[in-house]
Design a protein. Structure first.
Length: 319
């Protein structure tokens, strides 16, 4: 069904509805390139943005640009990472989340080549983002502007897995159940791959579980300034999350602040702020201290189109 027909079927009893129908059909007349496959934004219904972006399966034909912030934005001109490449395979392919900014796609291809250098067959690639970025129906808060990518910590045994196998392969954890140490799945090769990733100038920061960073701080010799980019976070024991800097072609992209150097107490981040994650952070709460229940913050799955950068409204309609 064409964009104009779908909008014409809206209830048009009120003046605002009539106004929207007239304006949008006028845009069609001018040839703005809107087409029926794209999900139409009904400002009257004000659907959650993740419902809209979740229905978009193809990218825009515009130039590539990351718009907004990592957890509140969208993506123009996304590029698709092929399901299977020389040194990688995309995991959970049925999600259709292997779209990203060209910088991200190139980064993945480069890192997969480096993984071969350390002795792995390549890499299993997790989520990047949707075809037009934006909030996802489930899962991540970020991954909205094509500059985030999850890399599995599972050393590939095969790069010829079927789609069904990749949709169902179980994760491999590198952390012990005590949340304080890595387990026997963790190897020096994991650290080598993380070093390759962190030393790439395009990378802003990398999120992984605290025990993994602690192991690297305690076992790797030399002046490892690249470790400053490795940031501890909850979870992330079966994959690491790479966040890239805003590319030069994306003037509307918002860089994350504070920077890793600003939040680190040392040149490599191997300090007391790191060990907090495996000590005080794991202590049970003091029953004598009653904390007020925090107010629920608005998250990615609560956003409507009004919460996103205004350019994202165009992204959901353009070819």
């Amino acid at each position: 069904m064409s964009f104009g027909v779908r909008w014409s079927k809206m209830v048009t009893k009120s003046a605002p509805n009539i106004k929207y129908v007239v304006i949008l059909n006028f845009l069609l007349f001018l040839g703005f390139g809107l087409y029926g496959e794209v999900f139409c934004h009904d400002p009257v219904k004000n659907l959650p943005a993740n419902k809209i972006f979740g229905g978009l399966k193809t990218p825009t034909k515009e130039s590539s640009e990351a718009i907004g912030f990592y957890s509140k934005g969208c993506l123009s001109g996304a590029v698709r990472l092929e399901d299977t490449g020389p040194n990688w395979q995309v995991m959970r392919p049925s999600r259709n989340r292997n779209w990203g900014h060209p910088t991200t796609i190139d980064f993945v291809e480069t890192l997969s080549e480096n993984a071969v250098k350390v002795g792995w067959k390549g890499l299993y690639i997790g989520d990047i983002g949707g075809a037009r970025g934006g909030p996802m129906p489930y899962g991540h808060q970020s991954h909205q502007i094509g500059l985030d990518v999850d890399i599995w910590l599972y050393p590939p045994k095969s790069l010829s897995l079927t789609k069904e196998q990749r949709d169902n392969l179980k994760f491999m954890s590198v952390r012990k159940d005590n949340l304080r140490e890595v387990n026997n799945n963790w190897t020096l090769n994991h650290a080598k791959i993380l070093k390759y990733a962190a030393e790439d100038d395009r990378v802003d920061r990398i999120f992984i579980n605290a025990p993994a960073k602690i192991w690297m701080c305690e076992n790797l010799s030399g002046y490892n300034k690249w470790l400053q980019k490795i940031r501890p976070i909850w979870g992330h024991h079966s994959h690491f999350h790479v966040r890239l800097k805003c590319p030069k072609d994306s003037s509307e992209c918002l860089q994350q602040k504070p920077t890793v150097s600003q939040i680190s107490k040392s040149y490599n981040g191997c300090d007391d702020t790191l060990y907090w994650w495996v000590t005080k952070a794991l202590e049970p709460p003091d029953p004598k201290k009653i904390k007020p229940k925090p107010k629920k913050k608005k998250g990615a799955r609560d956003y409507t189109m009004n919460d996103l950068p205004k350019q994202c409204y165009e992204i959901i309609h353009l070819k």
